[in-house]
Design a protein around this ligand. Sequence first.
Ligand code: HAM
Length: 423
Amino acid sequence: MEYKAIRGTRDIAGELATYFNYLEEQARKIFAGYGYSELRTPIFESSSVFLRSLGETTDIVAKEMYMFEDKGGRSLALRPEGTAPIVRAALENNLIEPNIDTRVFYQGAMFRYDRPQAGRYRQFYQIGAEVFGNKNPLLDFEIIKIANDIIINMGITDAVLHINSVGCRECRPAYLKVLAAFLNNLQTDELCPTCNKRKDTNILRVFDCKIDTCKKVLQAAPRVLDHVCGSCSTDFLKLKEYLNKQKISFIVDEMLVRGLDYYTGTVFEILTDKLGAQAALAAGGRYDNLVQELGGKKAIPAFGFALGEDRVVELLKPLNLPLVKKPLIFLLTTDIAKHNEQIFNNFDLIEELRAKGVVVTYNSTGKSIKSQLRTANNLGAYKSVFIEPDGSFSVKDMITGHQQKIVKSEILQAIPAIYVKKE
Ligand code: HAM
C-alpha cells in the first residue's frame, strides 16, 4: 500500500521550510514593533463559531469547511480562517473592551475544501493580526500598513493594494436594495446561474464572479461606494489620506467585496500578478459587528488581516533572500568500531562549538570515511573535523579541500569570525 499526503496538502521541507520560517520570523519582528502579542487558538472549534460568523451562504461555509462529529457527538470544524476563532478566544479570555485597543497576531494552518491549484491548498498557512476596541481609520491604516510592511520586507515590491468600503449596518441594506433592483432588471440569461442564485442569497458576491459576461454586465451596476453613509465615507476618505501621507500607493477597487460576511466598512486585498488566478497575498477589513454576534455583551469594533504564507513563499524563491545559514561542522571518526565512544569523549568540544552558534553534526552509523565526507558535502559543511583513532584531530576545509592536523584547544579558534552569528 502506498501512503501519500492528502490531495491539497503538502510536506514542507528543506529550502521551502527555510522560507516559511524566514517569513514567520520577519512577521513576528514587525508585529512586535507595533505592539501586537500572539494569540494561539486551537486548530478546531465548534462548527457554530464559523457558521455564526462567516455567513451561511459564503463559499467557505457552504462548500469548504472540514466539518466532523467527534466521538462525543459534537459538531466540530477545522478552522478555515483565523478571525472567528480569535474573536471567540478574545471574548472567552476577556481580552477585549470597548475603547481600549487590543492587538493580537496569529500564525498557523487553515483548512478549506476547495479545488487545489497553484497557490491554493486545502491545508494552507496564514499569518494574521486583529485589533479590537475602536472604529478609527487610524487602525484601518495600521493593519494595512503591517500587511504591506511584511510583504515589502520580503522583497516583494510590485504587489498592489486594493481598497474599498462595503458599507455598514446603517447604509448597506439600502444599497443592496438598489443593487437588487439593477440585477432584477436584467434578463435572466444576462447573468450566470450562480449569479442568478446570488441575487437571492448573497447578492454582493455577484461582484466576485469570474465569468466574462457577468463581469461586463456588472460594469454598469451601482457601486456601494456611491451609497455608503457619512460615517463610512469619512472613514474611507481618512484612510486614503493616511495612505497617501505615508506614500503607500493603492487602487480604489469598487468591485472588491470579499468572500466573508462579517465585513463592515473598509476592506482590502494586496494582489500580485505573478501567481495566476490566486492573486491575493493578503486581505482583510473592518468587522464592527462580529464581537457582538459571537456573544460579546457590547459591540466592539475591530479590523484585521491575514496573509497567505504559501503564496508569499512562492514569490520568495527567485528573490535570493539574505538567509542566514549557520556554519556547519561535520564530525568524522576514522575508527568505526569506536565511533560512539569518540563522539562522546569530545562532547565538551561539541557543546562549546554549538554555544558559539555553529551547527555540529555527524553520521550515527559508522560508515566509511568517503561516505561520511559525502554526507558532509551534501549538508553544506564548511569544515569536517576528523577524530583520529589515537584521539588527535585534523580539520578538512570542505571548500579548498585542504586538511591539517590541529590540537583540540585550537579547533574553536579555527572558525573564522565571518561564519559566526551574522543575525
Ligand atoms: P481570506 O481572504 O479568506 O481572508 O484569506 C486571506 C489570505 O489567505 C488570502 O489572501 C490568501 O493569501 C490566503 N489563502 C486563502 N485561501 C487559501 C488557500 N486555499 N490556499 C492558500 N492560501 C490561501 C481571511 O481569511 C480573513 N480571516 C482575513 C481577515 C482577518 N479579515 C479580518 N481579519
